[in-house]
Design a protein around this ligand. Sequence first.
Ligand code: FAD
Length: 411
Amino acid sequence: MTDQGTNADTPEQAAFREEVRAFLSANAEPKGEASMWAVNFHTDADDAARDFEAGRAWQGKLFANGLAGLTYPTELGGRGGQPWHETIYREEAAGFQASSGFIASTIAMLGPTLMKWGTDEQRSPLLPRLLSGEDAWCQLFSEPGAGSDLAGLATRAVRDGDEFVVSGQKVWNSAAQWCSKGMLVVRTDPDLPKHRGVTFLLVDMDSPGIEVRPLVQPTGAQHFNEVFLSNVRVPVANVLGEVNDGWHVARTVLSNESAFIGGGGRGSVYGRLVALARQHGRTGDPVIRQQLAAGYTREKLLDVMGERILAAVRRREVPPMDPSILKLYVAENAVRNGNLAMAIGGASVVAAPEGDEVSGWAQAELLGRFGISIGGGTNEVQRNNLAERALGLPREMRNDHEVPWREVPRS
Ligand SMILES: Cc1cc2nc3c(=O)[nH]c(=O)nc-3n(C[C@H](O)[C@H](O)[C@H](O)COP(=O)(O)OP(=O)(O)OC[C@H]3O[C@@H](n4cnc5c(N)ncnc54)[C@H](O)[C@@H]3O)c2cc1C
């Protein structure tokens, strides 16, 4: 919470702030010294699963108390509020251990997408279940041969009456091992050019024929998975948008993902870097001081840009700047922060004994600093997006945009 925010409140805003404060005091633990150094992954699969469920339970509590989906219509499970409701909630929740974890990202990706592309028959049951955390959704987009070039995807869906029969493989699917539903993009017409023969399906993860295999990372965490689909039957009623027009739906998800990644929920890394510098007696070092000041400036800029973009997304408006710029900025910031943690702590941070939570945090910053440059679209792809969409520069030279997908050479 900021005094500035409190002083500027209208009576309606002040009443909402009081409601949020009362809810948080009654239901969440204040952030303490220990949680300051918490990392957002577990090396033990059971701990990770428990953490995921704790996030889901927190979302359920928000929903039960009228604090989930603050800007969504009340008839779809939301509060029917304004972007300022979200701002106030975020200001107040910043001091508490109050996170929905992965669920928050799925709501951010799928919620606005359902609002834009869903039918009433899809929105009415799915949005309340999404906002309450009852359904947890994973993103089944990337494939071994289709990441940056997502439109080249090869997972095939063949229509059989009122169903599609889906076969193929997805990869890098975050949290798919715990999710009950999947956002799945498939190839429904290989004779159309690659962007046009793609369909977006909403799939039950317990459908026969789906196998989820967790991937183990260097940190020991199992954040993402391979997902194999063998003759999985998905009702045609589960198509989001139109058959063969799923590319536009997927783009909405990806744009929301960039806005979410850029828009916050990271907490202040700057504060922890300063604490780390104090612990290592480096606050008097002019080079470290300069880098900390630059880090502080970047964090503030991100907050302001993130708030502007997220406010537009919540109003279902076109963001004032392309979300790619924010995603790129966050990714570059993560690399600089990881480097700075190392510059401050040096070898002692990496070599510290297991169980040292400050070192554990610094190591996670170091090892995890590149993931965000890849997930949700790589830095290079974000730059292409910015060049083409925001700056209107000529499109990248491609020879596969107008030919049928089945004629495009693939490895
Ligand atoms: C933390 C994390 C979470 C993820 N979660 C999910 C998820 O939940 N669901 C999901 O479906 N996927 C997920 N992914 C996968 C992610 O979307 C892909 O890794 C990403 O799109 C890149 O695809 P790729 O790995 O196939 O790399 P490639 O596309 O093969 O790229 C390899 C390199 O080539 C560069 N490159 C490719 N094309 C161009 C170009 N046109 N111009 C310039 N450079 C180019 C890339 O920038 C990159 O450096 C996740 C990834 C990470 C790291």
